[in-house]
Ligand binder design. Structure first.
Ligand SMILES: *Cc1c(COP(=O)(O)O)cnc(C)c1O
Length: 383
């Protein structure tokens, strides 16, 4: 029997045609597709500005740069995430620290955040930026988080790599209703794919300009931004140190075509999640818990099993060709972070979550027979 992966892209003939058409056109990079994709992402999310980039990792780096994150700054994020959520701050030379999570969602817990902020304020060690991660496709409690951060002048970046297509209190993730930036990923396992790709959304024109600048070498062609008059029609200036983080038109064309299918994808994921809720209710496991304010993009379906059984259940599922995964090894547990100040560091809820987590297969093309096989195999694991 073929392995059922934990996540997988869905590429249609139309998606393929969209990419091939660009290949036959005049521009492979910097043509019409990138701005069209950016506009489509603004329309979908309600954000005013969008900068497409070549990955969410690049997007997180650029968002940090745009907020002025530098050496001597502190950035907080969740350790229940992919390394990129913290690495972006390290690229800027900042110090990273982590806020513990709530067990229900795996997201940053507003209560821990409140405690950590007041202690940091007393010690004069407030972060410049908090990067929240909408784990598994469910938004963090953004109203409370925004309120707390505003109180202390802390800026917010949403790492929404898991959660395009989700909403919080009827605001689509990406609207930046409660943040300075939202960063999306279009890696193949995410809500939609452009193969590799990402985007930075925001509602502030000046911040949007900085994103474009930092993702295009720090080069501008706008005379208003020059420090002297243009020397001719060819003229441009590099006014800061930027990077080549541009998305190509090929990738953008795939992204546009996929974005048109996003709502269908989310509907498929929601249906699969509901089938898991129905089928797994009687097992000695904890299922994801989301509040009425949250609609999830169901990027992951994480179950929590007794920690002492996790390794055995994981191996059993794997041996039965069920492509399970674990999200996440706490970021500070990786040797790089251990060697950079995190030896002996512990966040209780983050570690407990990790010790019990198994991600079950969930993706738009997971059919009912495969779903059934996952459920039956999991039941066997507990029998
Ligand atoms: C996938 C992911 C990223 C990185 O996305 P890329 O587009 O691959 O750079 C960042 N944060 C989280 C939470 C992710 O899951």
């Amino acid at each position: 029997m073929p392995v059922i992966p934990y996540g997988k892209h869905s590429v249609s003939d139309q998606d393929v045609d969209a990419v091939v058409n660009v290949l036959r056109n005049e521009f492979l990079t910097q043509g019409k597709q990138v701005p069209l994709f950016e506009n489509a992402l603004c329309s979908y999310t309600g954000a005013a500005y969008c900068t497409a980039v070549n990955s969410a990792t690049s997007g997180l780096h650029v968002a940090c740069l745009a907020l002025g994150v530098a050496t001597n700054d502190i950035v907080w994020t969740s350790a229940n995430s992919f390394a990129a959520s913290a690495n972006c701050a390290r690229y800027c030379g900042a110090t990273v620290d982590f806020v513990d999570i709530e067990p229900e969602t795996g997201n940053i817990c507003p209560i821990f955040l409140a405690q950590k902020l007041s202690m940091a304020a007393k010690a004069g060690l407030l972060p410049k930026v908090l990067i929240v991660v909408h784990f598994a496709g469910t938004s963090c409690k953004m109203k409370e988080i925004r309120q707390l951060c505003s109180l202390h002048g802390v800026r917010i970046i949403e790492d929404a790599a898991h959660s395009l297509g989700a909403s919080f209190d009827n605001h689509p993730v990406g609207s930046c209703q409660y943040s300075d930036f939202t960063v999306l990923s279009f890696h193949p396992v995410k809500s939609i794919t452009s193969a590799e790709g990402g985007a930075i959304l925001c509602n502030d024109e000046q911040l949007a300009k900085k994103c474009r600048l930092f993702s295009q070498h720090g080069i501008t062609k706008h005379p208003a931004e020059f420090d002297q008059p243009a020397e001719g029609g060819w003229y441009y200036q590099q006014i800061d140190l930027g990077y080549n983080y541009r998305l190509s038109d090929l990738h953008a064309a795939l992204g546009i075509s996929q974005l048109a299918r996003l709502d269908t994808f989310i509907e498929c994921r929601r249906r699969i999640a509901q089938m898991y809720f129905k089928a797994l209710g009687n097992l000695p496991i904890t299922l994801p818990q989301i509040s009425s304010l949250q609609t999830s993009a169901w990027h992951l379906f994480v179950i929590q099993v007794p920690s002492e059984q996790r390794a055995a259940i994981f191996s059993f599922l794997q041996s039965e060709e069920i492509g399970v995964n674990v999200h996440y090894i706490p970021i500070y547990k990786h040797p790089y972070y251990q060697a950079n100040g995190f030896e002996g560091y512990v966040l209780d809820n983050t570690e407990a979550y990790y010790s019990r987590a198994i991600s079950l297969p969930i993706f738009p093309e997971l059919d009912d027979a495969a779903h059934q096989r996952v459920v039956e195999t999991l039941k066997k694991a507990f029998a």
